[in-house]
Design a protein around this ligand. Structure first.
Ligand code: AP5
Ligand code: MG
Length: 215
C-alpha cells in the first residue's frame, strides 16, 4: 500500500510546480491544490475575494496572508484531502507556514524544484494555459496536441495576465525575499528535499517521484 503523502511543492514562479503537481496527483490519486488557481477562479467568477485579490496578482505581489490562509483552511477540510494532498504555491511566507502548523496539519514531504531565474524568464514567455480545465502547456517544451486549443477539453488556450516579463521579474523578487526562506524553515524540520529542475518535464517528474520514494 502506498503511504499517505501530504506534500508541499516549493519553487520559484515557473519552476514547474503546477506541471509536476498534475503528475503526482495522477500517480498517487491525491488532489493538487494551487492557491494561485483558486484565486484566479475567484477573479474570473467576480467574487468579493477575487475582486480584492486581483490587483495583487496583476502586479506580481502576494495576496495578504489571512486571505490565503482562509482559502487553505477551507480547502483542506474537504473530504478528498483525507488521503493526502499536494500544496502548490502554499505556504509562501513564514507566517503562512506557521499557520499550517497551527492548524495541526502534519506535512510528510517538502520538495523544492530549483530552476535559475534566467531559465524561468525564458520559459514563461511560452506558457499557455487553459482557463476552463487548468491544464498548462508550453509552446516549445510541452505543446498541446491540439495546437492553440487545450488537449484535454478543447478550449482556446490563453496567456496568464501575470506572465508579462516585467511582472515575472517582480514575482521572482518576491519569491527570493519572502518564499525562499521557507527552505530553511523546512530543512530545520528535516522535511526538505531539493529537485533540480531538468530540461525535460519527464526528467523532473522522475526525480520528483524518486524524492517521494526515498522519504
Ligand atoms: P501561482 O499560480 O502559484 O504562480 P507561481 O508560484 O508564480 O507559479 P506558476 O504557476 O507561475 O509556475 P509553476 O511553478 O506552477 O510552473 P508551471 O508548471 O506552470 O500564483 C500566482 C499568484 O497568486 C502569485 O503571484 C500571488 O499573487 C498569488 N498567490 C498564490 N498563492 C499565494 C500564497 N500562498 N500567498 C500569497 N499569494 C499567493 O511551468 C511553467 C512553464 O514552464 C509552463 O509553460 C510549463 O509547460 C513549462 N515547464 C515546466 N516544467 C518544465 C521543464 N522541466 N522544462 C521546460 N519547460 C517546463
Ligand atoms: Mg502554477
Amino acid at each position: 500500500m502506498k503511504r499517505t503523502i501530504r506534500l508541499i511543492l516549493l519553487g520559484a514562479p515557473g519552476a514547474g510546480k503546477g506541471t509536476q503537481a498534475e503528475k503526482i496527483s495522477a500517480e498517487f490519486g491525491i488532489p493538487a491544490i494551487s492557491t494561485g488557481a483558486i484565486i484566479r477562479e475567484a477573479i474570473a467568477a467576480g467574487t468579493e475575494m477575487g475582486k480584492s485579490a486581483k490587483s495583487y496578482i496583476e502586479r506580481g505581489a502576494l495576496v495578504p496572508d489571512e486571505v490565503v490562509i482562509g482559502i487553505i483552511k477551507d480547502r483542506l477540510a474537504e473530504s478528498d484531502c483525507e488521503g493526502g494532498f499536494i500544496l502548490d504555491g502554499f505556504p509562501r511566507t513564514v507566517p503562512q507556514a506557521a499557520a499550517l502548523d497551527e492548524m495541526g496539519v502534519s506535512i510528510t514531504d517538502v520538495i523544492s524544484i530549483e530552476v535559475s531565474d534566467e531559465r524561468i524568464i525564458e520559459r514563461m514567455g511560452g506558457r499557455r494555459v487553459c482557463k476552463k480545465c487548468g491544464a498548462t502547456y508550453h509552446v516549445v517544451f510541452n505543446p498541446s496536441p491540439k495546437g492553440e486549443n487545450c488537449g484535454v477539453c478543447g478550449e482556446a488556450l490563453t496567456i496568464r495576465a501575470d506572465d508579462d516579463p516585467a511582472v515575472v521579474r517582480s514575482r521572482l523578487d518576491v519569491y527570493h525575499e519572502q518564499t525562499e526562506p521557507l527552505k530553511d524553515f523546512y530543512a530545520k524540520k528535516g522535511l526538505l528535499k531539493i529537485v533540480e529542475g531538468q530540461e525535460k518535464l519527464e526528467d523532473t517528474t522522475a526525480l520528483t517521484f524518486k524524492a517521494l520514494e526515498n522519504a
